[in-house]
Design a protein around this ligand. Structure first.
Ligand code: SF4
Length: 210
C-alpha cells in the first residue's frame, strides 16, 4: 500500500470514529503508566474498574512504592497476570522515587528502563501523558494494520516502524486510536465484520491470514 492510500484509510476511519480517543482512564503520567501496565491482556473497561478503586488509595509513586507486591496483588487481581503486574508496578514506582523524585520520565529510553515497560507501554505513555507523536502497536493495531495492508511486519516493533514510514507524523497518535477502535468495534480478531466495514470497498487488502 502507498502513502496516499494509507491516508485514505485513515480518513475513512476518522469519518467512522470521529470521537476516537483513549478508553483507559487516567489523570496524570503516573496513572497513565500504571493503567497501561495493567492493560496487558485485559480490557480497558476492567482496568478502569480496578484503577477507580486503586488510584484514590495510591495516587502517586511514593504511595505505591511503599506497598509490597503481595499487598498490591489482591487489589489488581481482576486484571489478570496480577503476580507479574504487581511486581512490576511496585518496582517501577520504587525506581521513579529513587531516580526521578517520583515523576514519570518523558523519554522512551528512560521509560523502557523501568520494570514492566516495553516498547508499547512506553509509546502509550509518551502519547497519552506527554502528547508526543507516537503510534504504539498493541494487539489490535498489529492485527488490523496487517489485515488492511498498512504493514506486513511479523513483530509489533516492525509494524510500528512500517506505520511510522507510511503515515504522516501528524496522524500517528489519532491513527493509533482509530485503528484500535476499528479493531474493537468491527475488525474483530475472530470474525471481522467486513460486510459493514467502509474499507471493504477496495481500501482494505484483507490479509486475513493473521
Ligand atoms: S474489510 Fe474486513 S478485514 Fe478489512 S478492515 Fe474491514 S473488517 Fe477488517
Amino acid at each position: 500500500m502507498d502513502a496516499s492510500r494509507a491516508a485514505q484509510v485513515m480518513e475513512a476511519l476518522h469519518q467512522l470514529y470521529p470521537e476516537a480517543k483513549p478508553e483507559l482512564h487516567f489523570a496524570d503520567p503516573f496513572e497513565t503508566l500504571i493503567a497501561t501496565i495493567l492493560s496487558a491482556q485485559c480490557t480497558d473497561k476492567r482496568v478502569n474498574m480496578v484503577t477507580a478503586r486503586l488510584f484514590p488509595q495510591y495516587p502517586d509513586a511514593f504511595a505505591m512504592a511503599k506497598l509490597e507486591p503481595e499487598e498490591l496483588e489482591p487489589l489488581i487481581r481482576e486484571c489478570g497476570l496480577y503476580h507479574n503486574k504487581a511486581k512490576n508496578i511496585v518496582a517501577a514506582s520504587r525506581a521513579l522515587v529513587a531516580q526521578y523524585d517520583g515523576k514519570v520520565p518523558s523519554t522512551r529510553k528512560e521509560l523502557m528502563a523501568l520494570p514492566g515497560v516495553g516498547q508499547k507501554t512506553a509509546g502509550v505513555v509518551l502519547l497519552a501523558a506527554f502528547g508526543d507523536d507516537q503510534i504504539p502497536v498493541d494487539t489490535h493495531v498489529f492485527r488490523v494494520s496487517r489485515r488492511i495492508g498498512l504493514a506486513d511486519g511479523n513483530t509489533p516493533e516492525k509494524v510500528e516502524e512500517q506505520l511510522r514510514a507510511i503515515l504522516d507524523r501528524e496522524i500517528w497518535s489519532l491513527g493509533h486510536h482509530l485503528i484500535i477502535w476499528h479493531g474493537r468495534r468491527c475488525c474483530h480478531a475472530r470474525k471481522p465484520e467486513c460486510a459493514r466495514c467502509p474499507l471493504d470497498g477496495g481500501l482494505c487488502e484483507k490479509h486475513m491470514e493473521n
